[in-house]
Each structure stands twice: as structure tokens, then as C-alpha cells.
Design a binder for this molecule. Structure first.
Ligand SMILES: [Zn+2]
Length: 210
């Protein structure tokens, strides 16, 4: 084996896409080559760092309480079963307040609207962002929470699928960090939500391009 042969294999191994026999051969070679050892270590560090940067929106103090208080049970469809509620609670990281948000019919509309815009990335139509911004306008915590849950779930999925491309993984993780920091600021300081939407999709378009 040569360094040129080993280099792409190191990435495949990191992705778990190398068969056991090739893994053994690769490790044997890498352990004897200082340059490949360094390459493997830096790739692993980059991959770990990208994963660590993927943090979900951490709401400011009092956000969950406001969310729970703002839940209007009458708006939650009677069609929801225990299974749907359990699935929503799981999707909301076990938070009941966020689960209720996921089941709210208006929140579902926002979720669908956001998913449509996300599906078109890296293309972004300002008219879509205005529409989404209008749907999120005001200070009601529910629409914002529904929007952020949707974006974060979409980002997690992208990060899972994009494992082979470390540069892209890194860009997505960085975008995720900026998006959640911006959302936290918007909630803490009660900022206009339309600029937040434009900011979020600007970051996502940049991260998904190329
Ligand atoms: Zn080497």
C-alpha cells in the first residue's frame, strides 16, 4: 500500500464503509506511516468536532413555560392518538411543551411550509421567506419552536447522510450553531422574526451550496 492509496481509504473507514479485511490492512499500513497516522488523526478530530458543534436550540430561561402556557388544546386535532403524541414527545426530545407544539395544527402548517422551503435549498425564493416570516410574526413562542424543531430535524438528517463529505459536514454544523444562536437571541430579546428567517435561510443556502 502507498500513501496515495491509503488516503481515500482512511475516509471510508471513518464512514464505516470499509470491509473488515481492508480495515485491518489499512490500519497495519497507517500504523507504520507517520504521515498517514497524522492524516487519520486530523480527519477523526474534524469529524468529532463537527458533530459536537451540532447543538440543538437551547431555549432561554422561561421559554418552555411560556410555550406550555400558550398551548391552546382546542387547536389540537382530536384525531391525534396516543402513538402520535408519543412520537411527538420523542421528536421533541421528551419535552411535553414541545410535543404539544408539534401537535398544534397551526404549528403543523408552519412545519409543512418550512419543509417546502428547505427542500428547495440551496435555491431560496424571497417570496417564500416573506410568507414564512408572516406566519411566524408576533411573540407567540409556538410558531418559532415549530420552525426551529423542523430546521433542526432537517439539519440532523443532512448531517447523518452527509458523513462522507467532511467539508460539507463542517459547514452544516457551523450553520446549525449560528442558526440556533440567532434563534435564541430572537427569543431572548423579542426580535422581529422575519429577519431571523432570512438569516436562517441565508446560512442554510451557503452551507448547502457546492
Ligand atoms: Zn502513508
Amino acid at each position: 500500500m502507498t500513501c496515495a492509496e491509503a488516503t481515500p481509504l482512511v475516509e471510508l473507514e471513518l464512514d464505516g464503509e470499509l470491509d473488515a479485511r481492508s480495515v485491518l490492512e489499512l490500519r497495519e499500513y497507517v500504523s507504520r506511516c507517520p504521515s498517514c497516522t497524522r492524516h487519520a488523526a486530523s480527519l477523526r478530530a474534524l469529524s468529532d468536532a463537527a458533530r459536537e458543534h451540532l447543538r440543538r436550540f437551547e431555549p432561554p430561561a422561561g421559554f418552555e413555560d411560556r410555550l406550555l402556557r400558550s398551548v391552546r388544546p382546542r387547536r389540537i386535532s382530536r384525531a391525534w392518538t396516543g402513538t402520535a403524541i408519543a412520537a411527538a414527545a420523542a421528536a421533541a426530545d421528551g419535552s411535553v411543551a414541545r410535543a404539544m407544539t408539534l401537535l398544534d395544527e397551526d404549528a403543523l402548517t408552519i412545519r409543512e411550509q418550512a419543509l417546502e422551503v428547505l427542500a428547495r435549498l440551496p435555491a431560496v425564493d424571497p417570496a417564500d421567506l416573506h410568507a414564512l416570516g408572516d406566519a411566524l410574526a408576533g411573540t407567540d413562542p409556538q410558531p418559532l419552536a415549530a420552525f426551529l424543531d423542523t430546521v433542526n430535524a432537517w439539519l440532523s438528517q443532512r448531517l447523518e447522510r452527509g458523513r462522507g463529505d467532511l467539508a460539507r459536514l463542517d459547514r452544516l454544523a457551523e450553520a446549525s450553531e449560528h442558526i440556533n444562536a440567532a434563534a435564541r437571541d430572537a427569543e431572548t430579546y423579542n426580535l422581529e422574526r422575519k429577519p431571523l428567517i432570512f438569516n436562517v435561510f441565508g446560512l442554510l443556502a451557503e452551507a448547502t451550496r457546492g
